[in-house]
Design a protein around this ligand. Structure first.
Ligand SMILES: [Mg+2]
Ligand SMILES: [Zn+2]
Length: 196
């Protein structure tokens, strides 16, 4: 697939950005509003452990407009996030940081993906090198953010994945199609292996 083309110039991967809903946990048709809605995908804890074992920094970046819409408050959102992180780290992997944008589209903030504010904050906070980063996500906003950042984008065939694939194909937005996080991690680590 032609999208592999831009990836072979990556020399080394040290940071993996992960979208949350649809990648780590099952997304909901509306918003994820309560702890009982949290359901971690089966492949995720082992996949995250693999990244951690490989020395990767793992950073979650998530749009949570439900907060801005008043559907849940920051404390609920924080608790849901903590619960997801605990589930994701169940096999011994480590999420190094997470960011979320609480705004709605109408707020026109600079953090809501496809804007790149959360990524730039991670650059500041953690010394992330974008040229050594990739993003795994299921949304078109993820694809567009990755395109703006000029980093490889792994599109999972989950959540919004199928719809996002069509949008990317129409818009010419690059992606590498993967079944789930496990397959994304395999590809990311293989990338690293061949260039070291
Ligand atoms: Mg998502
Ligand atoms: Zn925002």
């Amino acid at each position: 697939m032609h999208h592999e083309y831009y990836i072979k110039y990556i020399m080394k991967i040290t940071t993996v950005f992960l979208d949350r809903d649809g990648v780590l946990n099952v997304d909901k048709p509306e918003y994820l509003l309560s702890l009982t809605d949290v359901q971690i995908h089966d492949d995720v804890p082992a996949a995250v452990k693999k990244l951690t074992d490989a020395g990767m920094r793992i950073i979650v970046v998530s749009n949570q407009a439900g907060i801005g819409k008043g559907l849940l408050d920051e404390m609920d959102a924080e608790m849901i996030f903590q619960t997801i992180i605990i589930g994701v780290e169940a096999d011994g992997g480590k999420i190094d940081a997470y960011y979320y944008c609480p705004h709605t589209k109408d707020d026109e903030c600079t953090c809501r993906k496809p804007e790149i504010g959360m990524f730039m904050q991670a650059v500041k906070d953690h010394g992330v090198l974008l040229e050594e980063s990739v993003l795994v996500g299921d949304g078109f906003c993820d694809a567009k953010a990755a395109e703006t950042l000029n980093i490889p984008f792994y599109l999972v065939r989950r959540g919004w994945g199928p719809a996002t694939k069509r949008k990317c194909d129409t818009a010419g937005t690059p992606y590498v199609s993967v079944k789930d996080l496990r397959e994304a991690v395999e590809k990311i680590l293989a990338l690293k292996d061949t260039t070291q």
